[in-house]
Design a protein around this ligand. Structure first.
Ligand code: ADP
Length: 521
C-alpha cells in the first residue's frame, strides 16, 4: 500500500459514511474520547491508590493488607464507574453535538402545540417555528391541500424558499415517501429539490389521504440531516397530517356556522318584512270586511224583511205554486243566515277593537239558560234531540257577575252548536261552583271533534272536521266559538273544550265570576 492509495481509501470511506449516513462519525469520536478519558481516570485512581495507600500499609502489614486495598479500590471503581461515564459523555456530547436536540422532547413539545391549536395558520406557524429552532433548519414551510385542491404555503415567518409548481409537486410526491436530497439518485426528482433548495421533502398523509407536504431547506449549520432527524420527522409526519386535517375541519365548521348565521339573519329579516306586510294586509282585510259587512246589512235586511212580508201578505198565492213557495222560503232563510253571519262578523271586529262595552252586574244564570232552551227547543225537537238541565240548576240560585246579553249570546252559541252537531241523543247542561267561579258545562252526544280539529277550535273562521250537516242545518261562518271566547274572556272567564270523542260527543265548558256579595255596612 502506498500512502497515496491509503489516503484515497480513507477519503472514499469517509465520503460513503457521510453520504449514506452509515455511521454517525461524530458519535464514534465522542464516545471514543469519553471512554478513553474514563480508562485514563480509572487507571490513575487505581495506580495512585495502590501506590500511595499500598506502600503506606504494606510496610507494616504485609501482602494481606495489599489485597484488601486492591479490593477496596475495586469496589470504589465499580460504584463510581457509571456516574463518571455519564459525566464524561455529557461533556463530550456538549463539545461534539452543540446542536443536538432531544427528539423525545421535541416530539412532546410539538404534540403539545398540536393539541393546543386548532387554527390552521397558527398551528402550522408554531410547528415551523419549533422545527426551525430545535433542528436548526434555515427554511421550512407547509403546503396544505385545501378542499378546492388549491395548495397554499404557510412559511416560517423569517425564512423563505421558492415553492414547487403543481407539476413538480406531483412528480416528487408520487412515491409518497420522505425524500432526502443527499440520498437521491441523479434525476428529475433531485433536480426539483435542488431548484427550490429543499433538503427534505415530507408528504403528510392520514388514513390514506394526502393532506399536505412539509418542505425543509438546509440546516443552518450546514450539517446533513442525521438519522435521528429523519426518524423524528417520519414520526411527526402523521401527527402533522392529523392536526392539519382537524384544523381544516374546524375551519370548515366555523365557516359553515358563519354562513348559516348569515342565512338565518337574512331569512329572519325577510320574515320580519313579510310579517309586517301581513299585519298590514290583515288590518286592511279587517277594515274591508267591516265596511263590507256594514254595507251588506242594509240590503240583506231589506231582502229578508220583504220576503217575510211576501210570505205574510201573499201566502195564499205562493202556496198555490209549491216551487215558488220553497224558493221564497229559501230566500228568507238564507238572508236570515247571512244577516247572522254579518252581525257575528261585526261583533267579532268590535270585540277585537275593544269597542263593546260590557254592562256587568249580578245576574241569574238559570233564567238565561231557560230562555235559550225555550228559543232552541223547536230546532232540537225537529231533530228528535233532548235538552236537559242538571238538577243543581233548579235546586239553587246561581248568580254570576256578567253582562246578561253577552252571556246569553255565548250560551246560545254553545247550545246551537250542540244541536247542530248532534244526530241523536241530545244535550245536558250542568252548573257547578268552583274557586269563586261558576262552571257551565254543555255535554252533547254528537259527532265529536278529532284531536287535529280540537287544536283549531276557538280560532277565527275555523270549521273543523268534515261537513256532516244536511242542507237545512248549515254551518255558520266558523266564528261562533271565536266570538264566545272573546266574550267570556272579556267578562273575566275562560272557555275550553273539556273533552271530545269522535262519534261519542263533546263537553264544552266556560266559567264566569260568581256574583259579588254586597258589602254589609
Ligand atoms: P260554526 O259556525 O261553523 O258552527 P263555530 O265557531 O261555532 O263555527 O264552531 C267551529 C267548528 O267547531 C264547527 O265548524 C264544528 O266543526 C266544531 N264544533 C263546534 N261545536 C261542536 C260540537 N258541539 N260538536 C262537534 N263539533 C263542534
Amino acid at each position: 500500500f502506498s500512502p497515496i492509495s491509503a489516503i484515497f481509501l480513507v477519503g472514499f470511506t469517509a465520503y460513503a459514511i457521510i453520504k449514506h449516513r452509515f455511521l454517525d462519525i461524530r458519535l464514534i469520536i465522542a464516545r471514543s474520547i469519553s471512554y478513553a478519558l474514563l480508562i485514563i481516570t480509572f487507571s490513575l485512581i487505581y495506580a495512585g491508590g495502590l501506590f500511595g495507600l499500598g506502600t503506606l500499609i504494606t510496610r507494616s502489614q504485609g501482602t494481606t493488607a495489599n489485597s484488601i486495598v486492591s479490593a477496596v479500590l475495586a469496589i470504589a471503581i465499580a460504584f463510581s464507574f457509571q456516574p463518571l461515564r455519564r459525566f464524561l459523555e455529557k461533556i463530550t456530547d456538549k463539545i461534539f453535538y452543540k446542536e443536538k436536540y432531544d427528539s423525545n422532547k421535541l416530539i412532546y413539545k410539538l404534540s403539545l402545540k398540536m393539541a393546543e391549536n386548532i387554527q390552521l395558520d397558527v398551528l402550522t406557524g408554531e410547528i415551523l417555528e419549533i422545527l426551525r429552532d430545535e433542528m436548526r433548519i434555515s427554511t421550512a414551510s407547509f403546503l396544505v391541500i385545501t378542499k378546492k385542491g388549491l395548495e397554499y404555503t404557510i412559511k416560517d415567518h423569517n425564512t423563505f424558499h421558492s415553492q414547487p409548481t403543481k407539476e413538480e409537486l406531483k412528480l416528487i410526491s408520487e412515491e409518497g415517501k420522505i425524500l432526502i436530497f443527499e440520498e437521491l439518485e441523479k434525476g428529475k426528482v433531485k433536480n426539483v429539490l435542488r431548484k427550490h433548495n429543499l433538503s427534505v421533502f415530507t408528504p403528510l398523509t392520514t388514513k390514506g389521504k394526502r393532506v399536505g407536504y412539509l418542505l425543509l431547506g438546509e440546516k443552518s449549520s450546514g450539517d446533513i440531516y442525521y438519522d435521528q432527524d429523519i426518524k423524528t420527522l417520519s414520526i411527526l409526519a402523521s401527527q402533522f397530517a392529523i392536526s392539519i386535517q382537524n384544523a381544516q375541519s374546524y375551519e370548515e365548521i366555523t365557516k359553515f356556522n358563519k354562513t348559516l348565521k348569515q342565512e338565518v339573519d337574512k331569512a329572519t329579516l325577510n320574515l320580519q318584512v313579510a310579517n309586517k306586510r301581513l299585519t298590514e294586509l290583515g288590518k286592511l282585510k279587517d277594515e274591508f270586511f267591516s265596511i263590507a259587512a256594514h254595507e251588506l246589512r242594509t240590503p240583506l235586511t231589506a231582502i229578508q224583511g220583504n220576503t217575510s212580508l211576501i210570505q205574510e201578505y201573499f201566502g195564499d198565492d205562493i202556496r198555490k205554486n209549491k216551487d215558488l213557495e220553497e224558493m221564497v222560503e229559501d230566500v228568507n232563510e238564507s238572508s236570515k243566515r247571512l244577516i247572522k253571519i254579518v252581525n257575528d262578523y261585526l261583533d267579532a271586529s268590535r270585540l277585537e277593537q275593544g269597542r263593546i262595552v260590557f254592562k256587568n252586574k249580578n245576574i241569574d244564570i238559570k233564567e238565561i239558560i231557560t230562555d235559550v232552551v225555550a228559543e232552541t227547543k223547536e230546532l232540537a225537537t225537529e231533530k228528535n234531540l233532548y235538552i236537559k238541565l242538571g238538577e243543581e240548576i233548579n235546586a239553587k240560585l246561581l248568580q254570576v257577575f256578567a253582562d246578561k246579553d253577552r252571556v246569553k249570546q255565548v250560551i246560545y252559541n254553545l247550545v246551537g252548536n250542540a244541536i247542530k252537531y248532534t244526530k241523536q241523543g241530545g244535550l245536558t247542561i250542568h252548573a257547578q261552583e268552583e274557586n269563586g267561579s261558576l262552571l257551565l258545562r254543555f255535554e252533547d252526544t254528537g259527532i265529536g271533534i278529532d284531536p287535529e280539529g280540537q287544536q283549531l277550535l276557538f280560532q277565527k273562521f275555523q270549521q273543523v272536521g268534515e261537513n256532516h250537516l244536511d242542507r237545512k242545518t248549515n254551518r255558520g261562518a266558523g266564528i261562533g266559538l271565536y266570538i264566545s271566547k272573546l266574550l267570556v274572556e272579556s267578562m273575566g272567564g275562560k272557555i275550553y273544550l273539556e273533552k271530545s270523542e269522535v262519534n261519542k260527543g263533546s263537553i264544552f265548558t266556560f266559567t264566569l265570576p260568581l256574583a259579588k256579595v254586597a258589602k254589609t255596612a
